[in-house]
Design a binder for this molecule. Structure first.
Ligand code: ADP
Ligand code: G6P
Length: 405
């Protein structure tokens, strides 16, 4: 029987009650919980040994996890280097944060090949391989080189930028050629799909055949499949009496003041710096709100061994201190800044407490926080979502207040 084999760089944590590490982990876990299958990826461990396809196996309900470790040079070149130092900023239009090094791109390819070799030991001929995100753009090419003929698709959780932006990455042609080895490419929005097909048609001499792209001797279908959340499940977590204690602690601490809530991984693409400055300007221009409103930013550290991520963390700590120092009163602290993750059963009731959900990324593939915030609201007395026009979610959540961050 055909099995679903999910492949992503990040697989952990999978334990119920632990915070999820971003939208990919939350979305994949939801999909696999329903259908069951295999989830293959990096263990999160870095070893001093040479790279190896040796994997660890663990089963959680209907999901079997297979993970491999990365050796230090591969981790540095692939994860810290090309994936997060070149691709992530480029895909999010933050080219000022991008650097490039061919040696890191070689490391990126090496890890895609390592994943493919490990998969070759796991998959059966009729298994369906479903790869995820920007870490694995070269996986299909490597899977074919490893001799596998399985159907293989990729879902890109991030935006795909306009061709002129993508081409600032010197490896753009190699990446596009590799992406054309997938049978199916999934994007979050029509804008992302169009940007990709524009590139392939204009720069790589591709043609269209019955809605499919034909390029480099391959045929690839490109689709739009916006990632979502389980609305009923989110609302149930938000309203469950056992979870209400998180909300009551928060409510007690607010003394009846309305709450503006933001929840993001601590990433420069999330627009946190601009958001803090916007809140400061709001307090400056509207003194009658002093003492009347609280802005809470939850932002667990992310990719903290990469320089720009450490830098933005330091900067935000200073900004939070400065803004509070400027406006706080003896009985009111305007900005609460929490550098930690929350389990989902704690986070969903917090969304439900907030009168305003403030979600203002500079760019985001989708932004599940926006959807979770809406789903968590009490339908009798919902809050308001303020949403960046640059989040994929803005294409769907058209009742939000759409802003330019
Ligand atoms: P990204 O994938 O870039 O991190 P998303 O908004 O799409 O952005 O997804 C973030 C996911 O991570 C959401 O499911 C959200 O609930 C979860 N998350 C974000 N911050 C926290 C936090 N502080 N604690 C727990 N979960 C969090
Ligand atoms: C985003 C990316 C995911 C990534 C997650 C956490 O959601 O789309 O691919 O897993 O951030 O980042 P990390 O670097 O910790 O895996």
């Amino acid at each position: 029987m055909s099995r679903l084999v999910v492949v992503s760089n990040r697989v952990t944590p999978i334990t119920e009650g632990e915070p999820t590490a971003g939208g990919l982990a939350a979305g994949v876990l939801d999909a696999l919980k329903q259908k069951g299958g295999i989830w293959f990826g990096w263990s999160g461990e870095i070893t001093d040994d040479a790279a190896s396809v040796e994997h660890t196996e663990r089963s959680v309900g209907p999901i079997t996890l297979f993970t491999i470790d990365l050796c230090r040079p591969d981790y540095d070149a692939f994860y810290r280097g090309f994936a997060n130092g070149t691709l992530w900023p480029t895909l999010h239009y933050q080219v000022g944060h991008a650097h490039f090094d061919w040696a890191e791109f070689a490391g990126y390819r090496r890890v895609n090949e390592l994943f493919a070799r490990a998969l070759a030991t796991l998959v059966q001929p009729d298994d369906l391989i479903w790869a995820h995100d920007y870490h694995l753009l070269c996986l299909a090419e490597a899977v074919r080189a490893a001799g596998l003929r399985n159907r293989i698709g990729l879902f890109l959780h991030t935006p795909f930028p306009a061709p002129a932006v993508f081409m600032t990455d010197p490896a753009h042609a190699e990446l596009i050629r590799a992406m054309c080895h997938f049978d199916l490419l999934g994007f979050q929005t029509e804008e992302d799909r169009t940007a990709f097909t524009d590139y392939v048609l204009r720069e790589a001499g591709a043609t269209m055949d019955e809605g499919r792209l034909v390029a480099f001797g391959h045929t690839v279908k490109c689709g739009v499949y916006p990632i979502g959340v389980h609305v009923q499940e989110v609302r149930a977590l938000a309203a469950a009496p056992a979870n209400r204690r998180y909300a009551s602690r928060l409510r007690t601490s607010l003394h009846g003041r309305p709450l503006i809530l933001s929840v993001d991984r601590l990433d420069y693409s999330k627009g946190l710096r601009q958001r803090f400055i916007a809140f400061e300007r709001f307090l400056e221009h509207h003194p009658h709100h002093h003492g009347q409103v609280v802005f809470m930013q939850i932002a667990p550290p992310s990719r903290s061994d990469i320089h720009v991520y450490r830098e933005i963390r330091r900067e935000l700590e200073a900004e939070a201190g400065r803004i509070n120092g400027r406006f706080a009163e003896v009985d009111w602290m305007p900005l609460r800044y929490l550098n930690r993750g929350f389990a989902r059963n704690a986070l969903m009731p917090l969304y439900a407490e907030a009168q305003v959900g403030l979600v203002t990324p500079l760019r985001d593939g989708m932004n599940l926080v926006a959807k979770e915030y809406v789903a968590a609201q009490d339908p009798e007395n919902p809050g308001v979502l303020v949403l960046s026009q640059f989040a994929g979610a803005a294409r769907e959540l058209d009742a939000a207040l759409i802003v330019n961050p």
